[in-house]
Design a protein around this ligand. Structure first.
Ligand code: GLU
Length: 507
């Protein structure tokens, strides 16, 4: 069998370490078998997918030293490799399923679906589509389509029985069809959902092994059915164990930075990060802990994967990174440090901020230390002396963080806009809002210009420091988070309203 594996990230956020982990294992397996490794971009969620996210994912994977044989940027015989460019393929396949009676048109309104879901939840049942449109006659469907009624395409699911999934690591998993929803395959805007696009592409791209995160096991019955409906041979399935926080919860950015960019920016070597990911669930036969990509590929075996929850342990990563750094000779060390932050491009971003404030070059370290490295010494006391109380500081940090998570770019104007509009919505002075940010980012109440600092630190480090500052202030309990969420939603709604009115006035 020709081994072909893939990684299929959705470009809806930061380049996640989980994507790199799955990519590494897929690459190692295909290379160890003399096969090919494909990178496919799953951007069918048009509202959440961004070009910036796709670019960052590709950049980060390349920085780690992962290379794909086929992908959106390198091409290949099975392209296009970006799902948004494959619309017709999915539409054709949706039609095929409809014609064969494996799928049906559904005209249910979202209000009806909500009511059904609520009733099912109250009755203690698993919420799922109740089959309302299953019985529509072909004529009914034609008539409603001709009248321009909105509809989706859903897949049919057997009413009872067991779906058997063969997982390479877990053996046969049985899932009751009654737990499987009549999944939407094509949305009302004509775009496919993940499930249809994923199955069609894995088949057309001749993927032999689907190695992906454990969180997708529940989707496997839907995929299995689709392969059967199309009459295709399904690829071999293997679900990798999820990465965990040290407390064993699912790896989350609230507890650990999860963006590859963060690690790059903070001075981790790509070899060390890759090595660290290679220790997640896979062990070397001789117990070796330090190894490069080529060694990993040589030693890689699916049999050596264990399902015990792999912990993303930053202390271990630091130790490993230190080991790699100490392994560099002086020349290489100097080159790597220069490439990291003391390159001309980075210095040219910092110089305009410091030159007016510098009397001796020796001042530079104190002035810009927080921009280059991470010399903040943050404690709850650092926030004293601001004109907000501790709970207000926490609120400002959380709201800014939420807004920054939604910005589509990381440009100075956008950051100014986020902060000024938020201060207005919260009815506080912009200076009061910026104070806590200065402290969170630099460890000091006064630092170099804030927005420029944020641009230089980048989105991941900025957000990680805001999260870190919130922890230093005692963190946000679940109850507090609920209250903050509500207030945030109200603020956003209120400012959208005033924004709208201002726009109207402007006309
Ligand atoms: N687009 C999915 C993701 O974001 C891919 C899941 C899969 O590998 O099937 O992870």
């Amino acid at each position: 069998m020709t081994v072909r594996t893939r990684v299929a990230p959705s470009p809806t956020g930061d380049p996640h370490v989980g994507t790199a982990y799955v990519a590494l294992f897929n690459l190692a397996f295909s290379r160890s078998q003399g096969g090919s490794f494909v990178l496919r971009i799953e951007d069918t969620d048009r509202a959440r997918s961004t070009v910036r996210s796709e670019r960052m994912i590709l950049d980060s994977l390349r920085w780690l030293g992962l290379e794909w044989d086929e992908g959106p940027d390198v091409g290949g015989p099975h392209g296009p490799y970006r799902q948004s460019e494959r619309g017709e393929i999915y539409a054709d396949h949706g039609e095929k399923l409809l014609a064969a009676g494996h799928a049906f048109r559904c005209f249910c309104s979202s209000e009806r679906l909500d009511a059904v879901r609520q009733a099912q939840q109250q009755a203690g049942e698993t919420p799922r589509y109740d089959g309302h449109c299953l019985g529509l006659s072909a004529d009914d469907v034609e008539r409603r389509l001709a009248a321009g009624e909105a509809s989706v395409v859903r897949m049919k699911v057997p009413e009872e029985g067991l779906c058997r999934i063969d997982d390479l690591f877990r053996g046969v998993i049985e899932i009751d069809y009654r737990q499987v929803d009549m999944q939407v395959l094509i949305k009302s805007d004509g775009m496919p959902t993940y499930h249809l696009a994923n199955v069609v592409d894995d088949h057309l791209m001749q993927i032999s092994h689907v190695i992906r995160g454990e969180e997708w096991i529940n989707s496997a019955p839907k995929h299995r059915l689709l392969y059967d409906y199309f009459g295709w041979k399904a690829p071999i399935l293997a679900h990798l164990p999820l990465l965990r926080n040290p407390d064993r919860s699912k790896l989350s950015k609230r507890k650990n930075p999860t963006s590859i960019e963060f690690y790059r920016r903070m001075g981790y070597l790509p070899e060390a990060v890759l090595n660290f990911l290679g220790l997640m669930g896979h062990s070397m036969a001789d117990g070796r802990e330090q190894f490069g990509l080529a060694e990993f590929v040589d030693a890689f075996s699916l049999e050596r994967i264990s399902l015990g929850a792999p912990v993303f342990d930053l202390e271990k990563l630091d130790w490993l990174n230190g080991t790699w750094i100490r392994g560099l000779d002086d020349d290489a060390f100097a080159d790597r440090v220069a490439a990291w932050a003391f390159n001309r491009e980075n210095l040219m971003r910092i110089v305009p901020l410091v030159r007016e404030r510098t009397e001796r070059f020796a001042d530079l370290v104190a002035l810009a230390g927080y921009l280059v490295g991470d010399d903040r010494k943050l404690s709850a006391d650092s926030f004293e002396g601001l004109d907000l109380q501790a709970d207000e500081v926490l609120e400002v940090l959380q709201f800014v963080l939420w807004r920054l998570e939604q910005v589509p770019d990381w440009e100075r104007e956008t950051l100014v806009d986020v902060c000024t509009s938020l201060a207005r919505a919260m009815d506080i002075k912009i200076r009061s809002l910026l104070g806590p940010l200065f402290v969170a980012l630099s460890g000091r109440p006064v630092a170099l210009p804030l927005y420029d600092s944020m641009v230089i630190l980048g989105s991941e480090v900025t957000r990680a420091r805001l999260r870190d500052a919130m922890q230093v202030l005692g963190g946000v309990s679940k109850k507090q988070a609920k209250r903050l969420e509500k207030r945030f939603r109200d603020l956003v709604a209120a400012s959208a309203e005033t924004g709208g009115k201002e726009e109207e006035k402007g006309r």
